[in-house]
Design a protein around this ligand. Structure first.
Ligand code: HEC
Ligand code: HEC
Length: 308
């Protein structure tokens, strides 16, 4: 019911909005109609506006011209090439070669510039870091994470805490030769023994030394166990991790006193680490990537959290 009322309302409003002279013509029924009528609304029989007609004709003319000039009609094994002989493939190839040409200037410059000197050339540095960023996104995110923040077993590359050193030279070596990567004879090597598996320490000794490790960073620990652990640490661990737990970058032995943990610092995780060792492996990239890319990656990683 209310539906019907609405319809009448609509009809009235349309009429209300017409200019006065049109309104009187409509009311006098002067326009010829197509004879269609719906609910009192009639369809006028009028030509479409002239501008519309011209737009229509011009678009047809344009389309014919376009088909003559550009590739357009598919044939059985080929297609019409068009008078301009333009091809989207050629256009892309040309853009790529122009981009390569533009880059080659920087690539050549990067190849002959020592890592330490790149930062002195602002433009070159931007090129290197940006290139490193994209190479990182392709090769490194799966382990170190998209923001390079790492995860359990995979170091964060943003902080200034380094297992193997944070100078340009050290980072370059790490990336080029990997860590504990057997296929590269220059790979970084240092293996923490698996103290339980190798029967170097008993279970309770491992628990004690774990308490001592927790004491470095003020984590909750049993003082009596930690005191016993201190002696065990001195004898078994200090050679790599240092007397004060500060670590040793030459041996990739992490700092145990800095509250940055590769595997975790709860008692159970520490016991696991010490019992079986971790032996994290990072592939060597020198075999897979150009030296230019290795340099770009080095500068990128260094720009995020490098040291002197
Ligand atoms: C398959 C996993 C994996 C991939 C891929 C990987 N890494 Fe690593 N990366 C590791 C692990 C594991 C370590 C730590 C090794 C250890 O425990 O000593 C590491 C360590 C590093 C370090 C040393 C950090 C430090 O504190 O000294 C750098 C630098 C590094 N990676 C850079 C890269 C770059 C750049 C790429 C990409 C080209 C990359 N990594 C790809 C697993 C990976
Ligand atoms: C031969 C050198 C060496 C010795 C000895 C050694 N470590 Fe390690 N330690 C390492 C290296 C290298 C790592 C890096 C982890 C890996 O293997 O990937 C490490 C890792 C660790 C970690 C993990 C740190 C983290 O951030 O998660 C702990 C904890 C640790 N060691 C404790 C000890 C204790 C306790 C001892 C003595 C019982 C010991 N280590 C003896 C070399 C050594």
């Amino acid at each position: 019911m209310s539906d019907k009322n609405d319809k009448f309302k609509t009809q009235e409003t349309i009429l209300d909005h017409l200019p006065e002279h049109e309104k009187s013509r409509v009311e006098a029924n002067e326009h010829s109609t197509t004879g269609h009528e719906w609910d009192g609304i009639k369809e006028f029989d009028k030509p479409i506006p002239r501008w519309w007609m011209w737009t229509y004709i011009l678009s047809i003319v344009f389309a014919i011209g376009y088909m003559i000039a550009y590739p357009a009609i598919p044939l059985v094994n080929d297609y019409t090439k068009g008078l301009l002989n333009w091809s989207s493939r050629d256009a892309v190839e040309q853009q790529i070669s122009e981009a390569k040409l533009a880059q080659s200037v920087y690539i050549d410059a990067l190849n002959i510039t020592a890592l330490d000197d790149v930062a002195g050339n602002e433009e070159l540095m931007i090129f290197a870091v940006e290139g490193g960023k994209s190479a990182y996104a392709v090769n490194c995110v799966q382990c170190h994470g998209s923001g390079a923040i790492g995860s359990k077993g995979y170091p964060n590359l943003n902080d200034d805490e380094w297992l193997w050193g944070g100078t340009l030279e050290e980072i370059y070596t790490t990336i080029s030769h990997g860590i504990r990567f057997d296929e590269d004879e220059d790979s970084r090597y240092s293996e923490m023994p698996a103290f339980l598996t190798d029967e170097m320490l008993a279970k309770d000794e491992i628990a004690q030394v774990a308490h001592f490790v927790r004491s470095f960073t003020g984590l909750e620990h049993n003082a009596a166990d930690a005191a016993l652990g201190a002696v065990i640490f001195e004898d078994n661990c200090a050679g790599c991790h240092g007397d004060t737990g500060a670590g040793d970058k030459d041996q990739g032995a992490p700092n145990l006193a800095d509250a940055v943990w590769l595997y975790g610092a709860d008692q159970q995780t520490l016991v696991n680490t010490i019992s079986t060792g971790r032996k994290g492996v990072m592939p060597a990239w020198a075999h897979r990537l150009d030296d230019t890319v290795l340099k770009q990656l080095t500068l990128f990683v260094h720009s995020r959290g490098g040291g002197l």
